[in-house]
Every structure is written in C-alpha cells, then in structure tokens.
Design a protein around this ligand. Structure first.
Ligand code: SAM
Length: 238
C-alpha cells in the first residue's frame, strides 16, 4: 500500500467469507455452481475470446474462467487478493495444461496492469465486496486497463427488485436459493452476504458503469438478485 494515500481503502480486509482459509477455498470451488468449466467455456465463447486475445480476470477465485479462456487460446492475467485462491487456481491450471495464465496477488484497487491494454476485462461474483464509492474506483481502474473498444463483462449479486420490496425480495431470495451445508450456500451464507457485503441496485451499477466510461451494450437480470452487464469501452473516454 506504499504508493496509496492514507485514506485509501484497505482491500486486504476482505468482507464476508474468508478466502484465505484453504477449507473455504475448497468448499467454494465445490459450491460455485455458476462457475463450472462448461458454463465458463460457454461464456468465453459468448464473449468471443479466442487465440491472440488478452484477458484480465479480476477476483479470479479458483480460476475456472481464466483456465477456460486460456484453453481457448487467450493470454490471461488472473488477479485475486487471496494467496490461497491463487495457489488453488494455479494447481487447477497445471492439471489441465492451461499454461498461458499469469497469476497476480492484488485486488481491484491495487492491481497495476502493465502497458499492454487488454481486449477483455471480466469480473464475476466479486465487485459486491467493495462499498459503492470503491466500486466505482474499481470500475474506473478496470476501464483504464482496456484497449479502446475493449469489452468489459460484469456479473454479480445485484438487485433489480423495487427498493420498497427489499424485505420480501431478500427473504424470497434466501428461501429460493439456500441449500443444506455441503450442497451449496446455506441460509447463513446468504444472510451474511446481505448483512456484511455491499451488493447494491442495478440502477446504481448502471450509473457507475457509464460514468467509468463503459457503454452498456447488454444488461440481463436472470433473477431479481443477479445481473450481468456487457460493456464496451467508450471511444469518448479514451
Ligand atoms: C465469490 S469469489 C468469485 C470468484 C470468481 N470470480 C468466480 O466467478 O467464481 C470472490 C473472489 O474475490 C476475491 N476478492 C476479495 N476481495 C477482493 C479484492 N478487493 N480484489 C480482488 N479480489 C478480491 C476473493 O479472494 C475471491 O476469490
């Protein structure tokens, strides 16, 4: 943190689940049903990532997306704040022969990319870790890592229910999604997410993306608590 001001957010103090704990990392890899090799390969193809492309995966977790992008021919920078996550991801990549991945221990607010701007920056299931002011700082930083016309992809727990319906919407979400221990995220995991992490509304995220110079080309809300945004780095922000 030497080159950052004293008021800068300390992202090493992670909100929510402790992803430095190796047991949590292994449990996470088993539970993360939205991030199977098949689903991530489908996303890689949907985004058009292929040979010769450069990709940055911010908060790469156990590396499933980074591995699939690499297996499709891209050169990938996988960034995560957790050393345990990175060690796990590195070993997974070795096992499947995904060699074109550079792993970096850093965060949304501290990762310094080299001078080679990327074709794609993606971040999934992680931006909610930051409070809103720091989310937009992260988005500005990620936009700056992209080539002109480069693609930014965000998927996260983002709310699209009417604000006045927060209570029933959150309760319905937990009831619909929670699983018994060992089968997935539990009631307690969801409760902690809402209580301690910083998921926010889609209209706030949309405003942040636009102000970060990312033009939204596709917005999807598969459920009232999940959203994905596909963006292009605006020419006017270059
Ligand atoms: C829920 S996981 C998502 C992992 C992966 N992107 C996926 O889709 O499966 C959140 C990840 O964010 C990482 N993380 C937490 N705070 C971070 C930060 N400030 N910057 C970068 N990564 C962070 C955690 O270590 C963890 O690997």
């Amino acid at each position: 943190m030497a080159s950052f001001p004293a008021w800068y957010f300390d992202e090493s103090k992670m909100a929510g689940i402790d992803f430095e704990d190796i047991a949590q990392v292994e449990a996470f890899d088993r539970r993360q049903a939205s991030s199977t090799p098949e689903k991530e390969q489908a996303l890689v193809r949907r985004l058009g990532i292929s040979s010769g492309h450069t990709v940055i995966d911010l908060a790469a977790g156990t590396g499933t997306f980074a591995i699939q992008a690499s297996l499709n021919g891209a050169s990938v920078d996988a960034v995560d704040i957790s050393q345990s996550m990175l060690a796990y991801a590195r070993s997974k990549a070795q096992k499947v022969g995904a060699t074109n991945i550079n792993f970096h221990q850093a965060g949304f607010l501290t990762y310094k990319h080299n001078n080679n701007l990327a074709d794609f920056v993606i971040t999934k299931a992680a931006l909610h870790i930051l409070p809103d002011f720091w989310k937009i700082v992260a988005l500005v930083r990620m936009a700056a890592m992209l080539k002109p016309g480069g693609i930014f992809y965000l998927r996260d727990v983002i709310f699209s229910f009417p604000p006045a319906e927060y209570e029933t919407s959150i309760n319905d979400w937990i009831e619909r999604s929670a699983k018994p221990k060992d089968e997935g995220w539990t009631v307690q995991d969801y409760q902690m997410h809402v209580r301690e992490e910083h998921s926010t509304f889609a209209w706030i995220i949309q405003g942040m993306l636009t102000r970060a110079g990312l033009e939204i080309t596709e917005a999807n809300y598969p459920t009232p608590t999940l959203a994905e945004f596909l963006c292009i780095k605006s020419v006017s922000s270059i």
